[in-house]
Design a protein around this ligand. Structure first.
Ligand code: ADP
Ligand code: MG
Length: 702
C-alpha cells in the first residue's frame, strides 16, 4: 500500500507527521505503515468506553475501566524486584498503580497532589485493588472534554505505546489530504451497497462516537468496517480479473474442434480403448474445455471435483486434443509420487496410440535429464509430466499449448504463472487447466478464483460403494490390526497413515518407520511397505509400484499419499491421530479408498481426550462422504484462509476483510468489480495499489 497509485496523489511519508523521526518510522514500518495514509488503514483491534469514569469505590477485580484520582503517595520499593507504586484516591475509594518498568520522568509525573486519569484492568493486589502498567495521563479538563469517543486499541508493536499510536492516527486523520484519500468507489456504487464513504468510514473506525454499538464494532460488522472490507475484497477481485485480462491479452493456440467426432482422432481412440464410459459430469467438463481450447484466447479453467471423480482422464483427453494438433501438453503434479502415477496412467493410455509420454522430476539427472530436456525443447515430447521441476530454468518447450496443473491447492498463483511463461516464448500463451479436489462454495470460488472459469465434476463413476467411516480410540489398536489382517487375507490391501507429530518433516518420517516395523511384527503373514517424503524417489516409486501390483499388502505412509494416489484394490485406510488433522486432509486421505467395487472402510484412530474441534471434525467425517459438504463444514470450523491454503490466494493476508465473516458482501463485490471495470476503468489500478501494493500484484508476478 504505497507508491505508484496512478492518477492518485503520492501519499506523504509517515515522517511528514509532527514528531515522527526515523526511529519511530522504523517501528511503524514493522506494522506495514510507511505513509501517513497507511496509518489510517491500520485498524483497531478493540474498543473501550473510557468516557465513563468509574469511582474508585466501585472498582472490582477484573474490570477494565477508566478512573480518576489524586496521587496520595508515589514511591520506589524493592519487593522482590524494583518497582514504582503510586496510590490514588478519589474520596470514594483508593487504587494502587504498579509499574515494573518506569523512568524518573514518570516518577515525577506521579507526584503527590497530581490528578491522574488512568485506564487499565483492576486486579486484587496485596494492599487492595491495583492496576499493573495502566495507561495514564494527567487529568486535564481540555483533553477530557474531547474524550467523548470510544478509545481504540491498535495492534501492538515493540516500542510504540497505544497513546502514541492514537495520537499519530489523530494527526493523520487531520492531515492526510483529500487527494490521498480519494474514494475510488463511486458514490453510486456505495449507495447501492448501502455503505459510507471512505473518509466517513475511517473517521468512524478510529474515533467512534460513544453511542456507537461497541459489540458491532468488536465483531467488525459496523457499516464503516464493512465499507473497508468491501473495498479490500473489491481490490482483490479486480487484481485477479486483471491477471486474467493480462493473460488473455496475448493469443493462445486455437486447437480445432471441427472434427471432434472423427474416429481416427487421438481422443476418440483413447476413449474407445477405455473399459468404461465417461460420466455425464466428465463429458460436460470436457465439452467446456474443448470449447475453450478451440478459441484463440487462452483458456483459464478450473476443474473442481471430489476425489475419485476422474479428473485425470479429463485432463488426458484434453491433452490428446492438443497433441493431435501437433502441440505440446504438460501436466504438473505437486508430488513426485503423484507425477509418477500420472505418468504411468498416461503411458497406459497413450502408448497404444504411439504417443510418447515424458516424465521430468527432480530425480532425473545427468544424461537422462539432458535427453528429456532436449525432447521437450525439440518437440519430440508431446506430453510431459512432472513436478515443479517443469518450470525450472533450463526447461524450454517447443510449443506448449496446454499446461495442466493438478491439485491446485498445493501450488501458488505464482507457480502457475511461472509455467505459463514457459509457453510464452513462441509469442503465444498456453491454455491453462487447473484441477482441484478442494471443492469450495460458489461465492468463495468466484472470489478466490476470479481469474478462472470453473467446471464442476459433481458425479462419481458408477459402481463405487461409499466408504464407511468409523472413529476408534487409540486403545483399540489391536482390533484394528486384526481388521487389516482379515482384509488383506481376503485379497484386499490397506493403508496406514502415520500421525502428524508436528509440522517438521522429519518427525513423521521416523514415526512412520517405527510404525512400519511394529506392524510388520504384528502381521508376519503380510508384506508391509513404507513410503515417506524423505525417501529417495526411486525407492518410493518401487514401493508404490509393488503396492499397485499387490506385492505389498499394507502400505505405511506419511501424508505424502494424501493427494491423488490411486490403487483401486485398497479398501481399508487407517489414519492415526486423525483428531489432529484438518478436514480437507482427512477427506483427501479417505479418498484413497473406495475406488474399486469392494466395500471400503476408513478407520480414524484418535487419542483421548479430544479437543472440541477434533471431536467435531471426526463427526463430520463419520456423517458424510460428500466433499462439498466436508468443505462447507471445514469453512465453518476453520475459515476460508485455511481451506484455500494460505499462501495460494493472497486472500488470507487481507487486512480488514474476512471471508467467512464478510461472505455476504461477495455478490455485491462482484457486481461492483464489473461496473468499475466497465465505467470507471481508471479507478482500478489505484484501488488495487492501495490494498495490495505493486509487488504482490498477481498480474505482475513473473
Ligand atoms: P481424481 O478426480 O481424484 O483425480 P482419478 O482421476 O484419480 O480421480 O480417477 C479415479 C479412478 O477412477 C481412476 O482409477 C480412473 O481410471 C477411474 N475413472 C475415471 N473415470 C471413470 C469413469 N468414467 N468410469 C469408471 N472409472 C473411471
Ligand atoms: Mg487426481
Amino acid at each position: 500500500m504505497n507508491a505508484g497509485e496512478a492518477g492518485a496523489a503520492t501519499p506523504r511519508p509517515v515522517t511528514s507527521l509532527r514528531g515522527v523521526g526515523e526511529a519511530l518510522a522504523g517501528r511503524l514500518a514493522a506494522l506495514g505503515v510507511h505513509s501517513a495514509r497507511d496509518l489510517l488503514f491500520l485498524l483497531p483491534i478493540r474498543y473501550e468506553d473510557r468516557t465513563r469514569v468509574v469511582p474508585l469505590g466501585e472498582l472490582r477485580p477484573g474490570m477494565r475501566a477508566a478512573v480518576e484520582g489524586e496521587v496520595l503517595l508515589t514511591e520506589v520499593t524493592f519487593r522482590g524486584r524494583r518497582q514504582l507504586l503510586s496510590r490514588l484516591s478519589d474520596g470514594s475509594g483508593s487504587l494502587t498503580l504498579r509499574f515494573f518498568h518506569f523512568s524518573t520522568q514518570q516518577q515525577q509525573g506521579l507526584a503527590r497532589g497530581m490528578r491522574i486519569h488512568c485506564f487499565g484492568e483492576a486486579r486484587r493486589g496485596a494492599g487492595g485493588i491495583e492496576m499493573v502498567h495502566p495507561e495514564y495521563r494527567r487529568a486535564d479538563a481540555e483533553i477530557d472534554s474531547v474524550d467523548d469517543r470510544l478509545t481504540p486499541t491498535y495492534p501492538a508493536t515493540e516500542g510504540l505505546t497505544q497513546g502514541r499510536l492514537r495520537m499519530l492516527v489523530r494527526l493523520a486523520l487531520a492531515q492526510v489530504s483529500a487527494a490521498e484519500l480519494r474514494d475510488w468507489i463511486p458514490s453510486e456504487l456505495l449507495q447501492r451497497a448501502d455503505l459510507p464513504s471512505l473518509r466517513e468510514a475511517l473517521m468512524l473506525v478510529h474515533q467512534p462516537p460513544v453511542d456507537c454499538p461497541v459489540e458491532e464494532l468488536m465483531n467488525r460488522r459496523h457499516p464503516a468496517q464493512r465499507r473497508l472490507a468491501f473495498e479490500e475484497l473489491l481490490a482483490h477481485q479486480l487484481s485477479l480479473r486483471q491477471l486474467r485480462q493480462n493473460i488473455q491479452a496475448e493469443p493462445g493456440w486455437a486447437i480445432g474442434s471441427d472434427d471432434a467426432l472423427t474416429p481416427s482422432l487421438l481422443s476418440s481412440r483413447l476413449l474407445a480403448s477405455l473399459p468404461f464410459r465417461l460420466t455425464g459430469a466428465q463429458r460436460r467438463a470436457l465439452a467446456e474445455i474443448e470449447s475453450d481450447l478451440a478459441r484463440e484466447r487462452p483458456m483459464l479453467r478450473l476443474v473442481q471435483g471430489d476425489v475419485g471423480c476422474g479428473k485425470t482422464l479429463v485432463a488426458a483427453l484434453a491433452a490428446a486434443r492438443v497433441v493431435q494438433a501437433g502441440r505440446q501438453a504438460a501436466l504438473m503434479a505437486p508430488t513426485e509420487l503423484l507425477a509418477d502415477q500420472h505418468a504411468q496412467n498416461f503411458q497406459r493410455w497413450f502408448a497404444p496410440l504411439s504417443v510418447p509420454v515424458a516424465l521430468l522430476t527432480g530425480r532425473q539427472t545427468g544424461r537422462a535429464r539432458q535427453s528429456i530436456l532436449e525432447g521437450i525443447r525439440e518437440g519430440h515430447a508431446p506430453i510431459v509430466i512432472g513436478t515443479h521441476a517443469l518450470f525450472q530454468e533450463g526447461v524450454q518447450f517447443a510449443n506448449l499449448a496446454l499446461a495442466i496443473i493438478d491439485e491446485q491447492h498445493r501450488f501458488g498463483v505464482h507457480q502457475r504463472l511461472a509455467l505459463r511463461e514457459k509457453g510464452a516464448a513462441g509469442g503465444r500463451q498456453p491454455h491453462q487447466l487447473i484441477m482441484t479436489a478442494t471443492p469450495i462454495p460458489r461465492t468463495l470460488a468466484m472470489t478466490a478464483y476470479a481469474d478462472l472459469d470453473v467446471s464442476v465434476i459433481d458425479e462419481l463413476p458408477p459402481g463405487r460403494t461409499p466408504v464407511k467411516t468409523v472413529a476408534l480410540p487409540e486403545t483399540r489398536r489391536v482390533e484394528v490390526v486384526q481388521r487389516i489382517r482379515s482384509a488383506c487375507l481376503a485379497g484386499r490391501q490397506a493403508y496406514w497413515v502415520c500421525p502428524l507429530i508436528d509440522e517438521s518433516e522429519e518427525m513423521p518420517y521416523s514415526a512412520a518407520e517405527e510404525t512400519a516395523q511394529t506392524l510388520a511384527q504384528a502381521l508376519p503373514e503380510l508384506r508391509v511397505g513404507l513410503v515417506h517424503g524423505r525417501m529417495p524417489g526411486a525407492a518410493k516409486e518401487r514401493t508404490m509400484q509393488e503396492f499397485k501390483q499387490g506385492v505389498i499388502q499394507l502400505l505405511v505412509a506419511t501424508t505424502v499419499i494424501e493427494v491423488g494416489v490411486d490403487v483401486p484394490n485398497a479398501s481399508l485406510m487407517i489414519i492415526e491421530n486423525a483428531e489432529r488433522m484438518g478436514l480437507a486432509q482427512l477427506h483427501q486421505l479417505r479418498g484413497r479408498v473406495g475406488r474399486g467395487t469392494h466395500e471400503s472402510t476408513c478407520v480414524l484412530l484418535y487419542q483421548s481426550p479430544m479437543s472440541q474441534l477434533g471431536r467435531e471434525r471426526l463427526a463430520v467425517m463419520r456423517n458424510t462422504n460428500d466433499g462439498f459438504e466436508v468443505a462447507r463444514r471445514d469453512l465453518e470450523l476453520r475459515g476460508p484462509g485455511e481451506l484455500l491454503g494460505t499462501r495460494q490466494t493472497g486472500l488470507s493476508q487481507m487486512r480488514v476483510a474476512d471471508l467467512s465473516r464478510d461472505a455476504d458482501l461477495l455478490p455485491a463485490v462482484q457486481r461492483a468489480a464489473q461496473l468499475l471495470l466497465a465505467r470507471w476503468p481508471d479507478h482500478v489500478a489505484p484501488l488495487i495499489a492501495r490494498w495490495i501494493g505493486q509487488a504482490e500484484q498477481y498480474g505482475r508476478v513473473g
